[in-house]
Design a protein. Structure first.
Length: 332
């Protein structure tokens, strides 16, 4: 049996890797849904739905079918994935819906994992398997399949933070915490409203984070953002500084540190010794924040390694596994 597609359905984006082709789909995991009487009609998914964000009437709702790594709504998850896969087939990006692997955080229960299998079966796919994102990340980071060392991986994404301690490619311990980049975006929006009396969208908050997010105390960068004055309802611009949002980032990463320390507290002396020697591998979009490596190194007193392209670490690791089917079958 050959698996040709790896699918990572995140809170923010859904990414699909096809063996031999690389990443063939990356679209926001959202649907635009319009109420029609007692029923609801899906009018757009993915990129097209994102384009409608903030430009629609109150009758159109933006729905994210994935929350904290879990399928929050199986029906909408099915509609979303069906649409983006069908579009890819029409555009000859993928030939058909092949046997697939879902990439999941390690903290999901057996029931929550089975929901992803059900999703695959609803799409008419007979063979659906699951692999942990931490295993994909280790593969992408160059750890050999037969490496018997102990490694710790921390994946900080848009919706959650996934932590795992692995012996080789086998899970020793792990957890998934509901801490992600969307939490930071929401707090930045609230800060702008409270401090500048300015209403901005979640997308604008994300742009602030991406452009001036930093944990370096001497970072003096600024970013101009436009929005609506909360009192006058007049359009205007405001300049936001790195120092404005730094406390939000510090609070967020302090929570991440607490989760890491908690997981380490359940580890054996031998495991801790290995982690202190090898350090922690970090990936995920939130690890692109400037100064994070030094911040975590000082807070945890551990070596910290962040991948060069951390938002691609997991999916590229999955692609490597698709190219090594024998090893993949052993892991599955």
């Amino acid at each position: 049996m050959t698996y040709q597609l790896a699918i990572d359905m995140g809170n923010s984006y859904t990414v699909v890797y096809r063996q031999g082709s690389g990443v063939v789909i990356k679209e926001p995991t959202i649907l635009a849904v319009q109420a029609k009487g007692r029923s609801k009609e899906i009018i757009a998914v993915g990129n097209k739905a994102k384009e409608l964000y903030g430009k629609t009437s109150s009758q159109i709702e933006m729905i994210s079918p994935i929350q904290n790594g879990k399928i929050a709504n199986l029906f909408y998850a099915k509609m979303f994935l069906t649409e983006i896969l069908e579009n890819a087939i029409k555009n000859n990006v993928i030939a058909k819906k092949n046997n697939i692997i879902f990439i999941l955080p390690c903290g999901l229960s057996a029931k929550e994992q089975s929901e992803y299998r059900n999703l695959g079966y609803h799409l008419g796919i007979n063979n659906v398997e699951i692999i942990y994102s931490s295993v994909c990340a280790l593969t992408s980071l160059g750890v050999d399949f037969d490496d018997e060392g102990i490694h710790m991986v921390c994946n900080i994404g848009g919706g959650n933070t996934d932590l795992a301690i692995l012996y080789g490619m086998n899970m020793i311990n792990g957890c998934t915490a509901p801490l992600g980049g969307k939490d930071v975006d929401e707090k930045i929006s609230k800060l702008l409203l409270r401090t500048y009396n300015l209403v901005i969208s979640d997308q604008q908050a994300e742009q602030i984070k991406i452009n001036i997010g930093s944990l370096l105390q001497n970072d003096m960068r600024s970013f101009s953002v436009d929005g609506i004055d909360a009192k006058t309802r007049v359009y205007r611009k405001e300049v936001v500084f790195t120092a404005d949002i730094m406390p939000i980032l510090q609070t967020f990463f302090d929570q991440v540190v607490a989760v890491i320390q908690n997981l380490l507290s359940f580890s054996s002396t031998e495991t801790l010794a290995e982690i202190h020697k090898r350090g922690i591998y970090l990936c995920g979009g939130m690890t692109k924040i400037i100064g994070l490596e030094r911040y975590l190194r000082e807070e945890l007193s551990l070596p910290i390694f962040i991948d060069i392209h951390p938002e691609q670490t997991v999916i590229l690791g999955a692609g490597t596994l698709l190219s090594h089917q024998k090893t993949l079958m052993q892991l599955l």
